[in-house]
Design a protein around this ligand. Structure first.
Ligand SMILES: CC(C)(COP(=O)(O)OP(=O)(O)OC[C@H]1O[C@@H](n2cnc3c(N)ncnc32)[C@H](O)[C@@H]1OP(=O)(O)O)[C@@H](O)C(=O)NCCC(=O)NCCS
Length: 177
């Protein structure tokens, strides 16, 4: 757990999922951050959370005075075994709590977690018009790793996906298999 002013960054619990769902669905409905058209149900979020838990992947929330104002997570980058040292993350902040350092605190927390667990690189997929997210990632040390042009279609237009990544000096002793 990490305390920053009145904000706490801590692991998510089942009780946080309604708030997490609200933040996620707002991002689906209003932004190109999620390549999804329709809001998710609470059951879908519970399943997502259960899968994260089963896989041992972290889900963290930012909480201010008992209100969940953001969340972040990471999981496998791609399924093939030799990607085992790579992870892909996501970070979302409630609209009313943006530009106050919440996204940066959440992103730094998942970066620190991945490094501490011995992963080698963390990757994010950011729509090319998401200036806020691109700047946030660059501020935390991510660099651009290429773009896949017109890989999504939402709000009546093609979306380019920019990959951003940060490379760690871990693990100290990487192995095949
Ligand atoms: C992207 C997002 C997570 C940023 O969260 P946030 O809490 O507002 O970001 P912070 O306040 O921690 O800002 C950290 C840095 O990010 C950059 N940044 C954040 N919002 C920005 C904006 N609207 N315009 C320009 N830069 C921005 C700045 O570099 C900022 O540092 P500074 O305050 O020193 O200028 C938030 O806008 C969000 O949830 N957006 C919708 C979902 C999304 O896009 N998620 C990322 C998917 S890849």
């Amino acid at each position: 757990m990490q305390q920053l002013g009145s904000m706490v960054i801590r692991p998510a619990t089942e009780e946080d999922l309604n708030a997490v769902l609200g933040i996620y669905n707002a991002a689906i409905e209003n932004t190109t951050a999620v390549f999804e058209y329709r809001p998710h149900s609470i059951d879908a979020r519970r399943e997502w959370f259960a899968n994260k838990r089963a896989g041992g992947w972290p889900v963290i929330v930012a909480v201010d005075r008992d209100v969940v104002i953001g969340f972040a997570s990471y999981g496998p980058f791609r399924g093939w075994p030799a990607y085992k040292y790579s992870v892909e993350h996501s970070v979302y902040v409630a609209e009313s709590s943006r530009r106050q350092g919440v996204g940066e605190a959440l992103l730094r927390a998942v970066v620190d977690d991945a490094r501490a667990r011995g992963f080698h690189t963390m990757i994010g997929g950011v729509t090319s018009d998401n200036t806020a997210s691109l700047k946030l990632h660059r501020k935390v040390g991510f660099v651009d790793a290429g773009a896949v042009r017109q890989s999504g279609y939402k709000f009546g237009r093609w979306l380019d996906l920019v990959f951003v990544q940060i490379v760690f000096d871990t693990p100290s002793d990487p192995k095949d298999g």
